[in-house]
Design a protein around this ligand. Structure first.
Ligand code: HEM
Length: 409
């Protein structure tokens, strides 16, 4: 495989002009030409991009490629690549340090533990559908449905008291919402850090039966007391990583399904399809859409190309998820495809820790929203929907929807 520079010199940041659900057209070109491309990334480095499914997996499982200096895929990049990594910042740790923290956290995200949250999540989805149906459309599905559900799930997970949930939700909504006022963001950030610090201190003093409490106890039992700073960073990582991604997936997948009436009808007729539907929509939409960035710490070989220490690589998840050699007819949504080996949650040691939780949240939304509101539809022309082209997590800024009043069920 040789380095190829196709007609692009800067990182493709807008999706295909003919379909806002498709990755930038340059990726298909790159995949066909076999090679990495040298591109200027939005975070201010020159990187090579891999776009084939097998290359993406190879990059994400290579121990000589580090996440240490890479800006988070989940937060807005600020171009500062050399800032020190905060203790507890799982996404930016490598090797034994990362493994130690991940091992402590993994028991919190087992299939069994997440399945135990399903009734709570079902109830939450139903309550939010009830609240929609108590109104008459149009409503913004992002503000009134897609954002609050994952936010409340994170509250439940972290053990935030019921009385504090409104305050917590308000602040995080500003932090991850569409507000771009830097002062408001800074204020919300300071409040969330303050809130998380109080929460962590309370859990350290009296650990309860919730994620933070159990984590503190587990670490103590292993002789690895976690610091306040580590716990606060971890809490905020979970909050942002688990909240923004899932919320964007709910909004964007609802829109994509509304545009595919045959697939939507199949889901409505058989809510049992929600399991495979969720994985197919994760593959198709690849919301971490610029992919993930890694820096070589030693020599790395991809095909017949050598990447030297210090050089950057982007694993383009959205491109790998449309690789026709793995997913036949990749640009088509097929809710029965069974695409569980997709790359939307990444791959390798940093593969999404919260993927079972995200799946359950999305499955409950897929199974209930369209069943209970069968006439759900866009309240504005499709062309007026605004997409988050330049955000690291792709989605819609707002989703005005409406329905027939007879849908009240
Ligand atoms: C890591 C995507 C939901 C927590 C990742 C990565 C991706 C991803 C691509 C890998 C990043 C990298 O390699 O640099 C998604 C998507 C989601 C989702 C598409 C929803 C649709 C969640 C949820 C949680 C979560 C619900 C937790 C509550 C994390 C954490 C990591 C991570 C902690 C870092 C793991 C590590 O570094 O070892 N996610 N995520 N994510 N995700 Fe998610």
């Amino acid at each position: 495989m040789s380095e190829t520079t196709i007609g692009v010199t800067s990182f493709p940041t807008t999706r295909d002009s003919s379909c806002p659900f498709d990755p930038p057209a340059e990726y298909a070109e790159l995949r066909a030409q076999e090679g990495t491309a040298s591109l200027a990334c939005p975070v201010g480095v020159n990187a090579r991009v891999v776009s084939r499914y097998a290359d993406v997996r190879a990059v994400l499982s290579d121990p000589n490629l580090s996440s240490h200096a890479a800006p988070s895929t989940h937060v807005v990049a600020d171009g500062q690549l050399d800032r020190p990594v905060a203790p507890g910042s799982l996404l930016h740790m490598d090797g034994p340090d990362h493994a130690r923290l991940r091992r402590l956290l993994t028991p919190e995200f087992t299939v069994k533990r997440i399945q135990a949250m399903r009734p709570y999540i079902q109830g939450l989805v139903d309550d939010h559908v009830d609240a929609l149906l108590a109104r008459t459309g149009p409503v913004d599905l992002v503000q009134d449905f897609a954002l609050p559900i994952p936010s409340l799930v994170i509250c439940e997970l972290l053990g935030v008291d019921y009385g504090d949930r409104d305050r917590f939700q308000e602040q995080t909504a500003v932090l991850i919402g569409t507000n771009s006022d830097p002062e408001a963001l800074q204020r919300a950030n300071a409040e969330v850090v303050g809130f998380m610090t109080q929460l962590v201190l309370a859990k350290m003093a009296a650990p309860g039966d919730d994620l933070l409490g159990r984590l503190i106890v587990r670490a103590r039992e292993n002789g690895q007391e976690l610091s306040v700073e580590e716990l606060v960073t971890l809490g905020i990582t979970l909050l942002i990583a688990g909240h923004e991604t899932t919320a964007n997936m709910i909004g964007l997948s609802t829109l994509a399904l509304l545009r595919q009436p045959d697939q939507l009808a199949a889901l409505r007729a058989d809510p049992g399809l929600a399991g495979t539907a969720v994985d197919e929509m994760l593959r198709y939409l690849s919301i971490v859409h610029f992919g993930v960035l890694r820096q070589a710490t030693g020599g790395v070989t991809i095909g017949d190309e050598t990447i030297k220490a210090g050089e950057w690589l982007v694993a383009a998840l959205s491109a790998g998820n449309r690789d026709e050699s793995v997913f036949p007819d990749p640009d088509r949504i097929d809710l029965r495809r069974g695409a569980t080996a997709h790359l939307a949650f990444g791959y390798g040691i940093h593969q999404c820790l919260g993927q079972q939780l995200a799946r359950v949240e999305l499955q409950e939304v897929f199974a209930r929203l369209h069943q209970r509101i069968p006439t759900l539809r866009l309240a504005v022309p499709f062309e007026e929907v605004e997409f988050k082209d330049h955000a690291l997590v792709y989605g819609v800024r707002a989703l005005p929807v409406t329905w027939d009043v007879e849908d009240d069920r």
